[in-house]
Design a protein. Structure first.
Length: 348
């Protein structure tokens, strides 16, 4: 087989033009040689970006992470709100101690010509919070209160509508701005506010340390409370707007405040109500010693009642052991040693 090359052609055909010479050469290349001479093209070049499956997987992972993080973030926010609430109670505790040292007694819960006190905008109703204002770094507010007029009088309207930060719990977002989220403990049972209540803040009667025979550490002074927007008479009002009892389970008041019945139920003016908060699962209670406790909704109601009574004289139920009584236990007593025999017994 003869292989033809450029030199195999007569020079008269090719001529002297390099262009003609190259054209003739290309025509002589075989198809395989032409294919080999073409530039290489990647046939399976990958495409940039996510596929649909990868995108769905990423979205699912993000959804799971958000679902795990949201409860933790909500818990952190609630912990911050509780901390703020506890700071408010600490301020109230210091103010109560300072007031007691200066006056030798604690502030009365409310002032009125006679009892029982009705939760209505009628009467003097100057309450325990007003007396603490100078100790709460609110002397200007205290001076603005007209002590000779009812708290509902036009002369006290401006100060009554103030929003005092140390009376606001950040978790209570559905309350009036001029309310108090904290109430003085008036009694251990659901009884009207009067001069004979067994708590520490009630009508017209100041309580001294010696009157609290159960001990300051075991007597509740202040606790959290909730009120319906339309029923709350403001932080100055010495009614159920700033006084409560320990005669109800904690947060039982939520049915009257947040439940469906809150739209239809009319509360008796003599009704006082119990402890409640928007923290969930419980509420803060400030003891006379300055200690605050977060009491669970499941706390024994008898323990709560004991906390609200300044002088019930009983041993705190929470001190009692859950172990069996000593009478039911069989003591491990060693047998008594035998006495020496008498001479008569020895002779026998």
């Amino acid at each position: 087989m003869n292989v033809m090359t450029e030199n195999s052609f007569p020079s008269t055909r090719l001529g002297n033009s390099p262009k003609l010479r190259s054209v003739e050469v290309v025509k002589l290349l075989t198809p395989l040689e032409l294919k080999a001479a073409r530039p290489l093209r990647p046939e399976n070049r990958g495409k940039a970006g996510f596929t649909l499956v990868e995108l769905l997987v990423v979205i699912a992972i993000i959804g799971v992470l958000v679902g795990l993080m949201l409860p933790a973030m909500q818990n952190l926010r609630e912990m911050s709100r509780r901390s703020n609430c506890q700071q408010n109670l600490t301020q109230l505790s210091l103010a109560l101690s300072t007031y007691a040292m200066e006056h030798t007694h604690y502030p009365v819960g409310t002032i009125a010509d006679s009892g029982p006190v009705r939760s209505e905008a009628v009467g003097d109703h100057h309450n325990w919070i007003i007396g603490l204002l100078p100790m709460l770094d609110a002397q200007t507010v205290y001076d603005a209160v007209d002590k000779n007029k009812s708290v509902y009088a036009p002369e006290n309207a401006e100060v009554r509508n103030l929003r005092l930060p140390f009376l606001q719990c950040p978790s209570a977002t559905k309350m009036r701005e001029n309310t108090s989220c904290y109430a003085g403990i008036v009694s251990s049972t659901e009884t009207p506010i009067d001069t004979n209540n067994d708590g520490v803040m009630f009508l017209n009667v100041p309580v001294r340390d010696e009157d609290i025979s159960d001990g300051l550490a075991y007597t509740a002074f202040v606790a959290e409370k909730l009120s319906r927007f339309e029923d709350d008479l403001g932080w100055m009002s010495g009614t159920r707007s700033s006084l409560r009892n320990t005669g109800h389970p904690i947060n039982a008041e939520l049915a009257n405040v947040r439940g469906k019945s809150s739209f239809t139920t009319t509360l008796d003016p003599l009704y006082v109500g119990g402890i409640a908060s928007d923290h969930g699962s419980g509420a803060h209670v400030l003891m006379g010693s300055g200690e605050y406790k977060f009491c669970s909704e499941s706390i024994d109601l008898e323990i709560l009642k004991q906390m609200g009574n300044r002088a019930d004289g009983g041993i705190p139920i929470e001190w009692k052991s859950s172990e069996p009584n000593s009478e039911t236990l069989t003591p491990n007593v060693a047998p008594a040693p035998k006495a020496d025999p008498t001479p008569a017994e020895a002779a026998e």
